[in-house]
Design a protein around this ligand. Structure first.
Ligand code: 5GP
Length: 141
């Protein structure tokens, strides 16, 4: 497996070099909206420490990120009045990974509504700002 590349887009987001719609942050995890959501509220949760994917992440970082992902999934159910959540995580190009910093996708789902294809349409920035504010507020409540 290739080494971690500190210039991947999520590393740049973590360093504040690229903007994002943040919904949550603590000392070890960071969460923000996917810019090309497969459904409204599509969130990405990442460890702050460098990890290429599930295969090389230190187990303690993984445990923390998963706890944060569960909390965001629970809150997303309420904020988006969802019927379910799709949790996705891809490893290496062969596994569907495009950005090589470990991330979990949390995708709110509604009965009978298909997900959009991956990376298909860039969401309107005002829509993302509104959704991020609602999620961040619900996570603090
Ligand atoms: P994966 O690596 O799991 O296949 O997918 C990477 C995800 O990152 C995609 O869902 C894509 O829409 C998202 N993505 C790619 N570039 C950016 C970006 O610059 N900002 C944000 N917020 N998401 C991105």
């Amino acid at each position: 497996m290739a080494a971690y590349d500190p210039n991947n887009i999520f590393a740049k987001i973590l360093r504040g070099e690229v903007p994002c719609f943040k919904i949550y942050e603590d000392d070890r995890a960071f969460a923000f909206l996917d810019i090309m959501p497969r459904a409204p509220g599509h969130t990405l949760v990442i460890p702050k420490a460098p990890a290429r994917n599930f295969l090389d992440v230190p187990p303690d970082d993984l445990a923390h990120v998963i706890k944060v992902a569960q909390k965001i999934a629970q809150v997303s159910m309420k904020v988006f009045s969802a019927d379910g959540i799709t949790l996705q995580q891809f490893n290496e190009a062969a596994g569907g990974q495009v950005v090589f910093h470990l991330h979990f996708h949390i995708i709110p789902r509604h009965d009978g509504v298909a997900m959009k294809p991956p990376a298909s349409i860039k969401e309107d920035m005002a829509v993302l700002a509104d959704q991020a504010a609602k999620l961040a507020a619900a996570l603090k409540a």
